[in-house]
Design a protein around this ligand. Structure first.
Ligand SMILES: Cc1cc2nc3c(=O)[nH]c(=O)nc-3n(C[C@H](O)[C@H](O)[C@H](O)COP(=O)(O)OP(=O)(O)OC[C@H]3O[C@@H](n4cnc5c(N)ncnc54)[C@H](O)[C@@H]3O)c2cc1C
Length: 717
């Protein structure tokens, strides 16, 4: 899905982008247009989508919806042929050239680029972090704004909304909020409850702009009843009130915070030179003044000798020179200097379909300025939302890059040894692994193997392990050991070692113990596990369903269609991210809850889809079932991708199970093949409440009924 580009040239360099900000979206697009053979591109991002700053105030004002202002980083990464790592970087080990990630091994880089925006200052004003809604970081503003809107709409009295910060973002959002909330409340017949909006700023409103721009916005604010208090410094924030430097108190029900932000706190630990606000100091080539292998752009970078406001437009302008210098540096060429422009055009909205243009002493205002701004912003977004057709991999194939496949294409012993040492796993001194059998237990075994469908090797290792373990968990066996079978595409030894560390660490985050395995080179990454479990007592089986039991499914359906849609670039990034989260969720808690409830009939839902696995159970148990099709749990987006006819290649074969179904038409979700799906179990009625309480994501999807005819039947309701 993400690492789709096969260049034919073994990778020997790692270029890692941290953050999917405005500059990096350009880098991704340009690498997609013109891949660099031998360079492995990775995007580390904490969110699957990133907002375009220019449209954020318009979003608050209700002019744009969520999708219109967000760029889909999953799609962009796929277009770029980049590996996507959905994680929040928390540090750098520059000596070892590694990006630190929480809860998993660090990620290697040869060249690194940071475009992570800014973070609200924690030390700035006491009480601010606890009591206000911050506009930054911008990638989480949409959900914070939604929560605030819900509170205002639910209130039974007029709320007081205070904006702190008199820059463009502050006044735009204050006016936009007033407008949007008024319209929503008017539609509900409660316009009188439109919040009283005030703006507080330490200096003058829009200080960096021409006086005419300030005058225009003061007049607009007065017309709209938004009170502006200039030269008013907030000393501290308490619950429900700003306490000003002159001890006055400004009460509020909701406070929005749009003052100057700072660099992420972890940057201070990297040893990179930072400015007073904690942003990375860079030269004209966008390289850190401390470390030429680390580049930075956007808010997180401060260019020595060229101080500029922290604005999205700056990050946008740095996209092309950053791309050029990353290409140059990773291929051993000298980078080129870049001088940012001193003045830029700001188009500042008034939230009601008009805007003010400001550049130096030039100003203009009116509805036509808003239409101009809207056109500029939509045009920019289209460049990254409407991606050209992907080039054929052959365009970057290097025909000389043939690899020897001696010794069954085994990965070099040194690579394996180093990877195992980094994981604290000793290379097995014996020829085979010995697995002690607990007294009174039977051993059960299962094996599963996949071609990787995500570029992140850690996540792939984890999902493959979850998938393999679910067979044991369905039976009620305790996992005791695993053997890994890993295929890695040809790459330089350092990259292979890192991939192996990532895959095995991802797997062992859920596996009991990896006692051995086999690693080989292959065309693309493949990951599989042979797992062994110990079964005490009768355990569970597909044949253990009893009439009267509720059929409980522990994970939502839809991974097959969502992965198929993602491969075609037709799934939204946030749907894909949620599906990956579901796949990475182990079934151990579900297995434990079923054991505690004395469940006897259980299976894991994988390639045959819910219907296929249910029919297998009905056959083995000699019973029938009813299924409530209207309440089947589905992953976000699965209904949309199924409706668009996007199904996995396994899906058509699963339609054969439809012969066992009667009643309503078979919904496509029932035959959607699952990867690392949930468990399906028959839960006795008197244990159902306890099981559902223990497993918040579990849903009752139907019930077990006595066998009516000769073969298994599923009555769809
Ligand atoms: C309400 C509002 C309105 C604004 N309006 C405008 C405007 O009209 N025009 C303008 O020019 N500027 C505007 N700005 C300023 C603008 O938003 C920022 O300057 C701009 O977003 C900076 O872009 P960036 O690329 O540096 O970072 P961002 O846009 O903040 O992107 C950073 C990305 O990095 C990711 N990230 C962050 N930390 C990590 C991590 N540790 N690991 C992995 N990923 C990480 C985030 O998820 C995010 O996707 C506005 C700001 C606000 C708050």
């Amino acid at each position: 899905m993400t690492d789709a580009r096969v260049t034919g040239t073994p990778h020997d360099k790692d270029l890692v982008l941290v953050g999917g900000g405005h500059s990096h979206v350009h880098v991704l697009k340009m690498f997609g247009m013109r891949p660099l053979p031998g360079v492995r591109l990775t995007l580390v991002t904490r969110t699957a989508e990133t907002p375009y700053s220019g449209m954020l105030p318009g979003f608050v004002a209700g002019c744009y919806d969520h999708d219109q202002i967000h760029l889909d980083l999953v799609r962009l990464a796929r277009f770029a042929g980049a590996r996507l790592v959905l994680a929040e970087a928390c540090g750098l080990d520059r000596a070892a050239r590694r990006v630190l990630l929480p809860g998993r091994p660090p990620l290697r880089y040869d060249l690194l680029s940071l475009d992570i925006g800014s973070t609200p200052r924690a030390d700035d004003v006491p009480g601010a972090l606890e009591h206000v809604t911050r506009l930054k970081p911008v990638d989480r503003l949409a959900e914070r704004w939604r929560a605030l809107t819900e509170r205002v709409l639910a209130a039974d009295h007029r709320l007081r909304l205070v904006m702190v910060g008199g820059g463009a973002a502050g006044i735009e959002v204050a006016l936009g909020a007033e407008h949007a909330l008024r319209l929503r409340l008017r539609a509900a017949g409660r316009e009188a409850l439109t919040p009283a909006v005030a703006l507080v700023t330490g200096g003058r409103l829009l200080a960096g702009h021409a006086p005419a721009v300030r005058t225009a916005f003061l007049a607009e604010a007065a017309r709209r009843g938004v009170a502006v208090r200039e030269d008013a410094r907030v000393a501290r924030v308490e619950a429900g009130a700003l306490v000003m430097a002159d001890d006055r108190r400004i009460p509020f029900d909701e406070c929005l915070w749009a003052t100057q932000a700072a660099g992420a706190p972890w940057l201070a630990e990297t040893g990179l030179a930072l400015d007073d606000a904690g942003f990375v100091l860079v030269t004209e080539t966008l390289q850190s003044v401390t470390d030429p292998l680390v580049l930075a752009a956007g808010d997180v970078a401060t260019m020595v000798g060229h101080p500029r406001p922290k604005a999205g437009v700056m990050a946008v302008r740095q996209g092309p020179p950053l791309t050029e210098n990353l290409r140059r540096l990773i291929t051993g060429q000298a980078p080129q200097p870049f001088r940012p422009q001193k003045r830029f055009l700001a188009l500042i909205g008034t939230g009601d379909g008009r805007a003010v243009a400001s550049r130096g002493r030039f100003t203009a205002q009116g509805a036509w300025v808003w239409r101009w701004k809207d056109h500029v912003d939509r045009t920019w977004m289209r460049k990254y939302q409407e991606l050209p057709e992907m080039r054929l991999p052959a365009a970057v194939m290097d025909p000389d890059a043939m690899r020897c496949a001696d010794c069954g294409g085994k990965v070099a012993a040194d690579v394996l040894r180093r990877a195992l040492a980094r994981l604290g796993l000793a290379a097995a001194p014996a020829d085979a692994a010995e697995i002690p059998v607990p007294p009174g237990a039977r051993l059960v075994q299962s094996v599963d193997h996949f071609r990787a469908f995500v570029g992140d090797p850690w996540l792939m290792g984890r999902i493959a392990a979850v998938h393999a373990l679910s067979d044991l968990e369905a039976m009620g066996a305790r996992p005791v050991a695993a053997l890994a079978i890993v295929g890695l595409p040809a790459a330089a030894d350092g990259l292979l070692e890192d991939d192996l560390v990532q895959v095995l660490d991802g797997a062992r985050s859920v596996l009991p113990s990896i006692v051995g395995g086999h690693t080989a080179e292959s065309d693309s990454m493949t990951v599989g596990f042979a797992v062994t479990g110990a079964l005490q007592g009768p355990g569970r089986s597909k044949g253990g369903l009893r009439p009267g039991e509720a059929l409980v499914l522990t994970k939502p359906l839809g991974t097959g269609t969502l992965l198929a849609a993602a491969m075609r670039g037709r799934a939204k990034g946030r749907w894909v991210a949620a599906a990956l989260d579901a796949m990475a969720e182990p079934n151990a808690a579900a297995a434990a809850a079923f054991t505690a409830a004395g469940v006897t009939g259980c299976t894991d839902v994988t390639g045959f889809g819910l219907l296929g696995h249910l029919v297998e159970m009905l056959e083995a148990s000699g019973v029938d079932a009813e299924v409530d099709t209207a309440t089947l749990p589905a992953l976000d987006g699965a209904a949309e991708t199924l409706a668009a006819g996007l199904v996995s290649s396994l899906h058509p074969a699963n339609l054969r199970f439809a012969v066992a179904a009667e009643g309503a038409a078979v919904p496509a979700l029932l035959t959607d093949p699952q990867t690392a799906g949930g468990l399906l179990a028959g839960v006795p009625a008197d244990r159902l409440d306890a099981v559902l309480a223990a497993l918040p994501a579990a849903r009752v999807v139907g019930r077990v009924t006595p066998r009516a005819g000769t073969g298994p039947q599923v009555v769809l309701r």
